[in-house]
Design a protein around this ligand. Structure first.
Ligand SMILES: [Zn+2]
Length: 108
């Protein structure tokens, strides 16, 4: 619930909201899946006029790139599939490797 609320909160910086989105739906394989466009529409931000508007695709992708560069999310994460680097979350996994995405590439 905290994570879901954080995703929707335009006063929280985007990177933190994306980490909340990754945690809100994390499944036993470490993946958090969102339908195409779903996450972007949840990540409303204040536009230049002060109105709330979905984050641009560019800003969403830039934030995901920052989080992968910081090694918090795994490379290959996208708005449809967010995956924490295994060290970033407590899991029962011993080898530190998530299984591959169960979704086919073209579904993303
Ligand atoms: Zn996935």
């Amino acid at each position: 619930m905290f994570d879901e609320t954080t995703v929707d909160n335009p006063r929280v910086v985007l990177d933190v909201r994306i980490l909340a989105a990754a945690r809100a739906r994390i499944d036993p394989t470490g993946h958090a899946h969102w339908r195409p466009g779903e996450l972007r529409n949840r990540l409303v931000v204040f536009g230049s006029t002060g109105d709330l508007t979905p984050v641009t695709r560019e800003n969403l992708n830039a934030a995901i790139r920052r989080l992968t560069a910081a090694k918090i999310l795994l490379r290959g994460s996208s708005g449809q599939c967010l995956v924490y680097d295994p060290w970033a979350v407590q899991t029962g996994m011993r080898n530190g490797v998530w299984p591959p995405c169960p979704r086919k590439r073209e579904d993303r």
